[in-house]
Design a binder for this molecule. Structure first.
Ligand SMILES: Cc1cc2nc3c(=O)[nH]c(=O)nc-3n(C[C@H](O)[C@H](O)[C@H](O)COP(=O)(O)OP(=O)(O)OC[C@H]3O[C@@H](n4cnc5c(N)ncnc54)[C@H](O)[C@@H]3O)c2cc1C
Length: 398
């Protein structure tokens, strides 16, 4: 009798650490969480993904651009700094080449359209190092160049390769992947504790804690912004990311705006024309690539100074995917209340918008710490899911 009372009290004061975590979504957020649960706490995960594959959505199709300092002075500064550090740590552990991780430079180029000489040109053109713009033929069309970062604060990784490496490590430590669409969480009637995730085919995946890491499909308060990209071969290996833009209201054809992320394998991931914020009804991994948007991206890329000589050949890849966003554009990272989740031991990590690859590792580390110890090294108060009073996980609106 005495022993039982003592152990009951111990459990209330110090609840046992979960041993099997069900993670809904095998994107970078879910995989990073599984990785830190396994490596820091020896806790196993069952990843459940609708597609049955690793990173079928944005986590396998994003650019992989990582900037340490771009959110300085905002609520996500700490998340960016910690995650930039963790990316380097992961590159050291996995081997930088195996995930195409490297440090590089970045510039923003304000340019006029090809046919017009800009009305103003700043001295910055001469001051900032341009790695791959041919000054002689393009100077006339460039108004200004802004230094956006260098090897101390800019890096790049190929997201799909990173996700596969995280998965390899998780699998080696006993993690498994189940194909299935999670419909809801099941809780014990008496204790209210999470006991399993119900799939659309009626199966239940059992566990003692649950993380919703389903990107834009995570909750009714989540939206997606669709992005299209083309990957084009480059003439040589480049190491400067370029953001082209045009701030001239007089340019009647709207000018050109696009982002060119050169990769170490002599390709450039080019994106432009981000879509509107909307509820996502397309299935993960089956996002339609819209031909007219791809044509628009190609036109934007070809309209940019210096791209004609360096980006050679036809695109080797065309893709479309959604970045997950909330109405306040802040992440959702934390424990769900009993009312939101229908019971205890449920968590959510999503809404990492256009920085989900950068923030993936630190988000995963936070959730792993929270599940295993109840605390986090980062302050995640501003990302608390309960700021959305009507939050409901995994809405079935597809
Ligand atoms: C074009 C583009 C370029 C980008 N470039 C960058 C960049 O350079 N740097 C950067 O930091 N970020 C970038 N991002 C953002 C980044 O890609 C995302 O924020 C990040 O991938 C989100 O990861 P996630 O794991 O949270 O979600 P996702 O990758 O969307 O993964 C969610 C997973 O959940 C699964 N799922 C959904 N619902 C269910 C369910 N009910 N049951 C089971 N499984 C389910 C899906 O199949 C999917 O695999 C870019 C985004 C886009 C669109």
């Amino acid at each position: 009798m005495r022993t039982t009372r003592q152990s009951v009290r111990k459990n209330i004061e110090n609840p046992p650490k979960p041993q099997h975590v069900v993670i809904v979504g095998a994107g970078i957020t879910g995989l990073s969480t599984a990785y830190y649960l396994a490596t820091k706490y020896n806790i196993r995960s069952v990843l459940v993904d609708w597609s049955g594959t690793i990173a079928p959505g944005a986590s396998g199709k994003a650019a992989g651009f990582l900037a340490r300092h771009w959110s300085d002075g905002t609520l996500t500064e700490e998340l960016s700094h910690r995650s930039f550090y963790l990316h380097q740590e992961l590159a050291d552990a996995f081997g930088a080449d195996s995930i195409q991780y490297r440090r590089l430079t970045c510039v923003a180029v304000n340019q006029s359209t090809k046919m017009k000489k800009p009305k103003r040109i700043t001295e910055s053109i001469k001051e900032v190092k341009l790695e791959w713009l041919d000054r002689e033929s393009n100077e006339l069309f460039i108004r200004s160049v802004q230094d956006m970062g260098n090897e101390t604060n800019i890096a790049q990784v190929t997201p799909k390769l990173l996700c596969e490496k995280l998965w390899e490590e998780v699998q080696r430590r006993g993690g498994v992947l189940v194909k299935g669409r999670v419909m809801n969480a099941v809780h014990d009637d008496e204790t209210g504790n999470f006991i399993g995730a119900k799939l659309d085919d009626g199966r239940t995946v059992r566990g003692d804690a649950l993380l919703y890491a389903c990107g834009p499909w995570s909750a009714n308060i989540m939206y997606g912004i669709k992005g299209h990209a083309v990957t084009i071969p480059t003439e040589r290996t480049l190491s400067q990311v370029v953001f082209f833009y045009n701030d001239d209201d007089d340019d009647d054809d709207g000018g050109t705006e696009c982002e060119v992320y050169v990769r170490p394998n002599n390709t450039a991931f080019c994106t432009a024309l981000a879509g509107e914020l909307k509820l996502v009804t397309e299935e993960p991994g089956k996002e339609t690539v819209e031909a007219d948007v791809i044509d628009g991206v190609l036109e934007a890329v070809r309209g940019c100074s210096g791209t004609e000589g360096l980006l050679c050949g036809d695109p080797v890849l065309q893709s479309a995917c959604y970045q997950p966003v909330t109405s306040d554009f802040l992440p959702v990272i934390g424990a769900l209340s009993k009312e939101e989740a229908g019971g205890e031991n449920c968590y959510m990590a999503s809404g990492n918008n256009c920085w989900g690859i950068l923030w993936g590792p630190a988000t995963g580390e936070c959730i792993a710490d929270l599940i295993a110890t109840g605390t986090t090294r980062l302050n995640i108060r501003d990302f608390n899911p309960s700021r959305f009073p009507d939050l409901k996980p995994v809405p079935q609106n597809n």
